[in-house]
Write a protein that binds this ligand. Structure first.
Ligand SMILES: Nc1ncnc2c1ncn2[C@@H]1O[C@H](COP(=O)(O)OP(=O)(O)O)[C@@H](O)[C@H]1O
Ligand SMILES: [Mg+2]
Length: 514
């Protein structure tokens, strides 16, 4: 084990070394649980953050009646539980007969979990996780989501230069189990309506399952709560809950919502971002797949798997900018410019295959806000900012949608043409939008990063919150297409490390050679 340094790169003490002595640089997973305790040095140095974390933690524990969070009771051959600190030093391998597909995840669910939870079907899968729907045997009137993914111990994260994903959490019993970082955040966000409520966590063997409030349309929810349970995995995989993520808000480049309805969605996403910001966290993975829209247009952020955290502003400054090809619609102008310089005359086709990292100093929060306003724009317009606005009926969906650009040559050409417009042209804005809305878009899509508004400045913009002055009856989601994502059991789930973001939260040394 490396000798732990006394100070981080910015000359600050390293609070909360990992149990095994890993010198994580004040990462969320290693310091957030300390901030609950007023006697910790970190709480005294960061009193505002301490007050918020402490209050949120206690409010959440009171709201859940102090019930236990980490529930799996199984131990390995040496008697060590998966949520034990000792386990964090292990590199957990899958056994040779497992491939980490959704089918295996279903099969490997913790028996303590399946003893009290009935899994009713399948919500969807993202890059990392498989999400099943479930009901509790003792309170079968609510639908929950079981997010199951490979458990990445802190040793595994360390070996990959990744940020720690497992964090301690102080249970009321006095135990300090390790739980996924996402679960701790959901707990701290318990009082914010914009995030799913955490129920519990089962870290068992090579997997962790986080159980949280599940979102579904009423009719689908009722069906899942009342119908006979699927007998096995194949039946469960066939019982798909249509996913109501933000994807449903665009229909062939036409917006599904009117301006005031879009205002509710945008304001609530902003509210979620603000709740994270108050804990010095910035959501690093916002896309249309990572927020859910209810029938009354209540909007919830999900997927806190990737994020930036910092004690001070300096922690959000990143040298490297990572771009993921299916996030083309959220590319910033400065990224587009940098890519153009680097790829000038080189095969742009590579864009469709590779995630692309380049040196581009920036504030991570500024990029994350750009991702957010790109969502606002697309919900309001039906197409992405600077995207070709016409749907060509002679082309396939893949050829039409910027989000799918990498699948076709027409798409790659169009994406490149759009990059030119992104760099050179003013933002086109629908003429029938209100002045407040147009002003918000014009200000947030400022091309020069230092001139872009901060989240706090955005909160003061007069467009946000206007929806609340309209009668509830105006907020009904129009009929939308049923989008379902059957489990991809034919292909292995993409490995986590395919995706790179910056800055990595708390990684001691830069993972890239400059
Ligand atoms: N609480 C939830 N309620 C309903 N569906 C959910 C919930 N959480 C996740 N999902 C569905 O599962 C998908 C994958 O979950 P997500 O948390 O985004 O995992 P990943 O990290 O793999 O992207 C989401 O895009 C969404 O369709
Ligand atoms: Mg996701």
């Amino acid at each position: 084990m490396a000798e732990a340094p006394l100070q981080d790169a910015h000359g600050r003490p390293i609070y909360g070394l990992d149990q095994n002595g890993y010198p994580w640089m004040n990462a969320l997973a290693t310091v957030m649980y300390l901030l609950v305790d007023p006697d910790q040095p970190i709480s005294q140095t960061y009193p505002r953050l301490h007050r918020i974390v402490r209050r949120r933690f206690h409010d959440a524990m009171i709201a859940r009646g102090h019930t236990k969070i980490s529930q799996c009771t199984h131990a390995d051959a040496k008697g060590i539980r998966t949520d034990d600190s000792e386990k964090q030093a292990e590199d957990l391998e899958l056994s040779s007969n497992e491939t980490d597909k959704t089918r295996d995840r279903w099969r490997k669910a913790c028996e303590d979990l399946t003893d009290i939870w009935d899994r009713t079907g399948f919500y969807g899968a993202g890059t990392f996780a498989s999400v099943f729907s479930a009901r509790h045997r003792l309170m079968p009137s609510d639908l929950w989501a079981v997010k199951m993914e490979r458990l990445k111990t802190n040793q595994m994260a360390w070996l990959k230069w990744d940020s720690p994903k497992m964090t301690r959490l102080a249970e009321d019993t006095g135990e300090l189990p390790y739980v996924p970082r996402e679960a701790l955040l959901l707990l701290l966000l318990d009082q914010c309506e914009r995030f799913p409520t955490l129920h519990s966590v089962y870290s068992c063997g090579s997997y962790s399952s986080t159980i949280m409030e599940g979102y579904a349309d009423d009719a689908h929810s009722v069906a899942h709560l009342t119908q006979p349970l699927p007998a096995d995995y194949d039946q469960a995989a066939a019982r798909l809950l249509p996913s109501r993520t933000g994807i449903v808000l665009m229909d062939q480049k036409r917006p599904v919502l009117n301006e005031i309805q879009s205002c509710k969605v945008a304001s609530q996403l902003l509210e979620g971002f603000a709740a994270l910001r108050d804990m010095n966290v910035s959501h690093g993975d916002l896309s249309h797949n990572n927020y859910m829209i209810q029938e009354d247009l209540e909007t919830h952020l999900i997927d806190l798997g990737l994020l930036s955290f910092g004690l001070d502003d300096v922690d959000f400054q990143a040298e490297i900018s990572g771009h993921i090809f299916f996030r083309e619609y959220q590319l910033t102008p400065e990224q587009a410019m940098e890519h153009t310089k680097l790829l000038d005359g080189v095969d742009f086709e590579g864009l469709r295959k590779f995630n692309f990292d380049c040196k581009l100093p920036h504030d991570a929060r500024c990029f994350h806000l750009w991702h957010l306003v790109c969502i606002f724009y697309e919900v309001l317009h039906g197409y992405a900012a600077w995207e070709n606005r016409a749907w060509n009926p002679n082309l396939s969906r893949e050829q039409n949608e910027l989000r799918k650009f990498y699948l076709t040559t027409v798409g790659v050409d169009e994406a490149l043409a759009r990059r030119d417009r992104l760099i050179n042209e003013d933002l086109p804005i629908r003429e029938d939008l209100s002045q407040d809305c147009a002003d918000m878009l014009r200000m947030t899509f400022e091309k020069d990063p230092p001139l872009r508004p901060t989240l706090t400045e955005m909160e003061a913009m007069s467009w946000f919150g206007q929806w609340a002055f309209h009668p509830e009856g105006e907020f009904h989601r129009p009929p939308v297409e049923d989008v379902t994502y059957p489990p991809r059991d034919d292909v292995p789930c993409p490995p986590r490390d395919d995706v790179t973001y910056s800055p990595d939260d708390g990684v001691p040394y830069p993972p890239h050679d400059d």
